[in-house]
Design a protein around this ligand. Structure first.
Ligand SMILES: C[S@@+](CC[C@H](N)C(=O)[O-])C[C@H]1O[C@@H](n2cnc3c(N)ncnc32)[C@H](O)[C@@H]1O
Length: 396
């Protein structure tokens, strides 16, 4: 089952160009297996996709869409992980065997070792300079499993007790007030705690964004690029269900998903609005206490969670994406009232999508905003996904 499913997933993604998440959903819904088996399959497939160039080299392949690729890549992974005894590093079907010297050779080349495609190395090297090799190494590692307690239901300690009763061990994460780390392939989403809305799976870096926005009970908060609501749900918890949250996006299906999640987590002060024209933004002019702009971005900070984007980038044109980000920042920030605050955030670590955007905005806002703070969370900072966030105050 393990080999068959890993190969089927790799074939879906590499040959048929399907999204990895959708392929997981498709295969896991059709095959009975335990969460531990699912976890093993996700780990292996994710590892191979995060360092695809490394395993292609070991497997003596050039084209990932090659029909032989899934089986050979898996063999390369099993061998490199020491999970295939030497005499078994050979495919039963094709007779192909792994040459161990290629593993040693691939490990000598940093780009290959970290599974980094050239286009990514070029842009990140330009943008991040000496910091990049360290971040590249972290982006090649498997993501950790963080959850955020839903404070509308109870405290982190209460959640830990409940999870313990469900045989799910968890550990609090240092100074992060809402975060727990879950180790191992435990059945989190089948737990009663999850169904009762006690927690969300949310990366540790991502949990910092609503904290920086710091919405208070009773406020009007606009989450203008809400997507399926990862940050909206956190905002609602911080507002203790008091006040108003308007969650907006240009895609209705994401807002529908957000509504389902909000229902499970017990949120009752949320309104969703599809953005169909700029009128909806203008109508909210100078009205909000807090505005979150979690803008569309390259997603280069979350590559360990979306590893296929290394080989099939989610954007066609980075410059065009930056133009969209600036446009959203300039137009949507006007929803904040004087004295209100805006957080601009991305899941990218490139300054061109981050600090440069905020600096450009401040130069052109005629003194209407001032920068209160900004932070880049690199993957190496917290061993999390990478994010950027800047807090701006409307002063005129
Ligand atoms: C980084 S994602 C947001 C993730 C979301 N905040 C979360 O925490 O799950 C960016 C979102 O912006 C939306 N978007 C793209 N263009 C937009 C626009 N012009 N106005 C508002 N939202 C937009 C996308 O549909 C996407 O859901």
């Amino acid at each position: 089952m393990f080999n068959t499913l890993v190969c089927a997933l790799l074939s879906d993604v590499l040959h048929n160009k399907k999204a990895l998440d959708r392929s997981y959903a498709y295969h896991f819904s059709r095959n009975e297996m335990t969460p531990i088996e699912q976890g093993r399959i996700v780990n292996a497939t994710g590892d191979i996709m995060r360092r695809l160039s490394f395993y292609l080299f070991i497997a003596e392949l050039v084209d990932p869409a090659d029909e032989k690729a899934p089986e050979r890549l898996l063999l390369a992974w099993l061998t490199e992980q020491g999970r295939a005894p030497k005499q078994h590093s050979k495919s039963r079907k094709t007779g192909f065997s792994i040459d161990h010297r290629r593993i040693e050779e691939a490990n000598q080349w940093p780009l290959l070792k970290d599974g980094c495609p050239e286009w990514l190395d070029k842009i990140a090297q330009q943008q991040l300079g000496r910091r990049w090799p360290q971040e590249r190494e972290f982006l090649a590692q498997a993501p950790l499993r963080y959850i955020r307690v839903n404070q509308l239901k109870g405290t982190r300690e209460q959640l830990q007790q409940q999870l313990k009763a469900e045989q799910i061990p968890s550990e609090p994460v240092g100074k992060q007030p809402d975060a727990l780390i879950i180790r191992g392939d435990v059945p989190l989403f089948r737990s009663k705690s999850f169904h009762d809305g006690w927690f969300e799976q949310q990366d540790l870096g991502s949990q910092q964004i609503a904290r920086m926005l710091n919405p208070k009970p009773g406020m009007l908060t606009v989450d203008a690029c809400a997507g399926t609501g990862g940050k909206t749900l956190h905002i609602a918890a911080l507002m203790q269900n008091k006040g108003r949250i308007i969650a907006m996006d240009v895609e209705q299906r994401k807002l529908d998903q957000l509504r389902k999640r909000a229902k499970r987590t017990g949120i009752n002060n949320l309104e969703t609005r599809l953005i169909e024209s700029s009128t909806q933004i203008k109508r909210l002019r100078a009205s909000a206490d807090r505005v979150l702009l979690d803008v569309p971005c390259s997603g280069l900070g979350v590559l360990r969670r979306n590893p296929e984007a290394k080989w099939n980038p989610l954007f066609d044109d980075l410059e065009q994406l930056c133009i969209t980000q600036q446009d959203i920042l300039q137009r949507y920030s006007k929803m904040a009232k004087v004295g209100g605050e805006v957080v601009y955030a991305t899941c990218s670590i490139l300054p061109m999508e981050n600090q440069d955007q905020v600096a450009h905005f401040l130069q052109n806002c005629s003194g209407a905003f001032e920068l209160l703070e900004e932070t880049t969370i690199y993957p190496s900072t917290l061993n999390s996904d990478g994010f950027y966030m800047a807090r701006l105050k409307r002063v005129a």
